[in-house]
Design a protein around this ligand. Sequence first.
Ligand code: DGL
Length: 250
Amino acid sequence: MIKNNLKAGIFDSGVGGLSVVKSLLDEHQFSEIIYYGDTARVPYGTKDKNTIIRYSLEALEFFKNFDIDILITACNTVSAYAIDELRKQAPFEVIGVIEPGVIALQNKLKDKNASILITGTNATIKSGKYKRLLNDKGYNNILELATGLFVPLVEEKIYSGKIMDATMEYYFDKIKKPDALIMGCTHFPLISSEYKKFFKDTVLLHSGDAIVEYLKNNFDFNAKYEKTNIKYFATENPEHLKNIAKEWLK
Ligand code: DGL
C-alpha cells in the first residue's frame, strides 16, 4: 500500500514514546504522526491491569477522532496488558512493542542458550509477557528485572550523573552481564549510553528500532515521506511534552 499520506497514532503513558517517534522519523515511514501522551496519569508501570486497560481504551477513543492508518502503542506497559482489548475495539490496525521486540531479538540472537535480561516497569515485568513470548521462541536463559526508577529520572531529564549512576549500580551491580538486554520501556533508550557503560559487550534492544523493522516486514509501508508532520497531545501540560520533543527529536 503506497499512499500519499500515511498517518500513525502513537500512544504512550507520557513523554517516553518520543523514543519510538525518533526511530520512525529516521525512517520517514509516515507523513503524519498524532502523538498522545497521558502525562496527567503517568506512570502506568505502577498501576494494575484493569487501570492500564481502562486508560488505554480512553486513549483509543481519542484516536478515533483522527483518520489514522495504524495505532502504535509505544508504551511497553500498555503493550503488556491492553493490546488484545485495543485490537477488539479499534477500527484501525493496532501494534504494540513487545512482539516486535521479541522478533528483533530473535533476528539478532541466534543462540537459544544465550542469556537475556529483560528490564521494564513493575507492571511489564509482572505481566511476564516478554518472557512468555521468548520461551515460545525457545529462549530459556532469561532474567526479568523491574527497573521502574529510571522512569521518573528520565521524566525529570536526569539522564546521567550521580543519581543515575547510583540507580544503575542499585539495579545492575550484582547482575551477571547478559548476552542481550531488552530495554523494555519507552524511557530507557534515552539512557542507552548509561546502559552501555554497564553492559559493554551486551546486545541492547530498543523498542523504536524493533517497531521500524516490524513495520517494514509486516506492512507495505514502503513509501519514504520527505516530511513528517507531528501533532502533540497530552492530558496535562502539553508544553512540557513539546519542549521535550524539541530536545529529543533534534
Ligand atoms: N511508557 C512506559 C513503558 O514503556 C513507561 C512509563 C510508565 O511507567 O508509564 O512501559
